[in-house]
Design a protein around this ligand. Structure first.
Ligand code: SAH
Length: 367
């Protein structure tokens, strides 16, 4: 059975028209499904009973079942493992809430979503990259990760920085984004959404043409192509120059800056001289560099640089006129940090549901 949220708004409207329903039903149904987060059509009390029945016969609104939950930072960070199909496929999502006093910005709740089970990009330092690719998520499965948390509290931001490469699952990612920003959908600010990409140039160009104000983060990680290809083997023929050009196109189309993510790996890409070369390559762009001190992952022989090395790298960029920040870390003890979204050994709070717990246990939790 199809999930209703795999359909676009236009497709739902077309289905309703075919069934002789007035146009305003689309908004009614969208609000029930996304704003109130109902998971069955029977609850949509302002729809005619017959329509509820027809919808239920053709579509589902089932949420993703929670297999496991982990909480950190006094409840401000929460990671969930969500069951995709009851057959051993699961995906992780993280919620991070920020107090107004923490960074001067009023209450902000960010959900980090996954777009694929595994990932084909094989980044040398990334936990998901080591798992290989299993499958793309559907739009409803991406939205379900946000809906899981909107049922608990208001979510202001979504970052596509979980498992997978969003621009390699372009159609589903965009469909989910459109529902997130739709006034009858999750009604989020376009600028509250950030897509992070390993650097798929065609995808960046396509995204620039969507007419959406969503933020773009390009994962750079190296000041030269040779090193970048070692860290991101699938970067293949894509050069940093091409990425800078794609970023320039995005900036022009959106009228807003892009972010370059740079995972700092001890003595691999964190030398001051590398910071200077990085600065040269992106100088003049309306860009910002977000430094992510590497989150060590078992089985990968890379290290996080010392705080001093991180600061030195940042200072070098700033001295060259590049705006650079160091990413604030969350949820390290629950492996909820960047690039660590993967199924770890299950020792955490179970959802309290025995059947779900045994299913979680049967999924391969990697260490
Ligand atoms: N496929 C997208 C999203 C990946 S996760 C992309 O490549 O951008 C978001 C960010 O975390 C990426 O910049 C990724 O390179 C980075 N990352 C992955 N593993 C990491 C780790 N162990 N430590 C620090 N950053 C990591």
């Amino acid at each position: 059975m199809r999930h209703l949220l795999d359909l676009s708004k236009d497709e739902i409207a077309a289905w309703l028209a075919e069934h002789g329903e007035p146009g305003y039903r689309t908004a009614q149904i969208a609000r029930w499904a996304l704003q109130r987060g109902v998971t069955d059509f029977e609850s949509m009390t302002d729809l005619p009973a017959a329509l509820r029945g027809t919808l239920a016969a053709e579509f589902t609104l089932a949420p993703l079942e929670v297999l496991a939950t982990r909480v950190a930072d006094d409840g401000d960070t929460k990671k969930v493992l969500l069951d995709l199909d009851g057959a051993g496929q699961a995906v992780e999502a993280v919620r991070m809430s920020y107090d107004p006093d923490e960074d001067g910005v009023p209450d902000r709740t960010t959900v980090c979503v996954s777009t694929q089970v595994g990932c084909a990009m094989a980044c040398a330092f990334c936990a998901t990259g080591q798992q290989g690719f299993t499958r793309n998520l559907r739009p409803s499965e991406i939205l379900a990760q946000v809906l899981h948390f909107t049922r608990e509290r208001r979510v202001t931001n979504v970052v596509f920085m979980g498992m997978g490469e969003p621009l390699a699952n372009y159609a589903a990612t965009l469909r989910a984004v459109r529902w997130m920003v739709d006034p009858d959908g999750l009604d989020m600010r376009q600028r509250g959404i950030t897509i992070s990409t390993v650097g798929i140039v065609s995808g960046i160009r396509r995204l620039a043409a969507e007419g959406l104000q969503v933020g773009l983060t390009i994962s750079l990680h190296a000041p030269d192509d040779e090193l970048r290809r070692r860290l991101i083997p699938t970067a293949g023929g894509t050069t940093i120059d091409e990425l800078v050009e794609a970023a320039r196109g995005y900036i022009e189309a959106q009228g807003r800056r892009v972010t370059f993510a740079y995972a700092l790996l001890d003595h691999v890409n964190d030398e001051p001289e590398q910071a200077r070369r990085l600065a040269q390559r992106i100088r003049g762009l309306q860009a910002h560099v977000n430094l992510i001190p590497y989150n060590p992952t078992a089985g990968i022989g890379l290290k996080r640089p010392s705080r001093e090395r991180v600061r030195a790298f940042q200072r070098e960029l700033q001295a060259a006129g590049i705006n650079a920040t160091v990413r604030v870390e969350r949820g390290q003890e629950i492996a909820a940090a960047c690039g660590q979204l993967r199924t770890d050994v299950l020792s955490a709070t179970r959802s309290g549901d025995d059947e779900a717990a045994s299913r979680a246990a049967s999924i391969e939790w990697r260490e």
